[in-house]
Design a protein around this ligand. Structure first.
Ligand SMILES: [Zn+2]
Length: 217
């Protein structure tokens, strides 16, 4: 179920008291308009009526999209308690009378980039575990070419022209891009299908992909 409350926050620019609607939980069946508001970051914007300043406010939130059977818990910083809670969760986080579907994918993310990437993967009909495994191969390829280079972050991203690319942040602080190749994705998902079907992790990131590969070695 959707749930929100009003927080009284001060505008960081002019100090005016502003009312901010914090969403603890979003069910997109209850509030379909929130699909766009999460994707556009509008939900995190504190808009000051006095000076028109926009500032960003992050708060923990559940995002449940029943048509895709996908529940994401966004926590602005790492929390092992949030991970454990999500693993054991089998009903709506705010209504224990509403069971989650048995095929519901549950995820915990710890920053807004991860949240947006999960939503993009969901919208594109892809599997985030296949994407994380692809990232490992991309990082290996980069390090093969240049042993000195260190990759800090990799995100699947939708470009302005609508194409999908991986955005890669190296330790020099530069973002590079590389193509998302669908055929490679299909191969990876196919190869790891058995592992994916039996997997119930809720934190799906590069570390998860490395652990999976380690297990198979
Ligand atoms: Zn203001």
């Amino acid at each position: 179920m959707s749930k929100n409350h009003i927080e009284n926050l001060k505008c960081p620019k002019c100090g005016k008291d502003c009312e901010f609607t914090a969403w603890e939980s979003i069910n997109t069946d209850d509030n379909p308009e929130m699909k766009d508001r999460v994707r556009s970051n509008d939900i995190f914007m504190l808009k000051c009526p006095e000076c028109s300043n926009n500032s960003v406010v992050f708060f923990p939130m559940y995002y449940y999209q029943p048509d895709k059977s996908f529940l994401i818990h966004f926590v602005p910083e790492y929390s092992s308690a949030a991970v454990d809670f999500m693993k054991g969760l089998n009903h709506d986080p705010y209504d224990e009378n509403i069971p989650l579907k048995s095929d519901c994918h549950k995820r915990v993310v710890f920053n807004v980039n991860q949240l947006h990437e999960k939503l993009l993967i969901l919208d594109e009909g892809l599997d985030d575990r296949g994407i994380e495994l692809m990232k490992l191969f991309i990082i290996a390829e980069i390090m093969n070419k240049d042993k000195e280079s260190k990759v800090k972050e990799v995100y699947l991203n939708k470009e302005k022209d609508g194409s999908l690319k991986f955005a890669i942040l190296t330790d020099s602080g530069d973002w590079a891009r590389t193509e998302f190749i669908r055929a490679n994705y299909d191969l990876i998902v196919d190869k790891f299908m058995v592992d994916l079907l039996s997997d119930s992790e809720v934190v799906i990131n590069i570390q998860w992909a490395m652990n999976l590969l380690d297990k198979k070695m």
